[in-house]
Ligand binder design. Sequence first.
Ligand code: SIN
Ligand code: FE2
Length: 200
Amino acid sequence: MPPGFRFISGYLNRAAQETLAAAIGEVIERAPLYTPRMPRSGKPLSVRMTNCGALGWSSDVAGYRYQRTHPETGGPWSPMPAILLETWRMLAAYPHPPEACLVNFYAPTARMGLHQDRDEQDFAAPVLSLSLGDGCLFRLGGLSRKDPTRSFRLASGDALVLGGEARLAFHGVERIFPGSSTLLPGGGRINLTLRRVSLP
Ligand code: SIN
Ligand code: FE2
């Protein structure tokens, strides 16, 4: 694994997963999941998204950006739940708080192609990822799209840290394992990625 990459299996216990899933339910009530579109082609992504925190990542025909408002409702994003700020303090090893948390919802057939997280100004801060609900096959590569990749399973409660040399590592989600968790009543997988966007 590249230096700066950490996989903390089972970081959140079941009670913490339930607390977080309930908090994300409120986030989604205030700032509903929407279907983002690929830059240029306008092709819909299979993942539905929303955000919490001051800034939210979004994608449409014009490109990728961070913005302060929901692209469909025009309203502000929900505040970041306390349990996410606490997790950042525990795992990020970074002195400034996260500004954005992207909420990805994967229905059973959704996936995410190999990409880098590089729309932030501050690459000194790690990207912190938490998984809830159904498991997935996660793919991690190197700093070049052509580098070899390895795939491993992520389960509900697992945390990943992409920091240091791994901050710009290519990654993606190959598939969801439907029915592999009882956490979310309707099934599916939620992934949360916390990011610091601007330079402190
Ligand atoms: C992402 O890279 O935005 C999501 C990764 C994941 O769903 O685990
Ligand atoms: Fe990503």
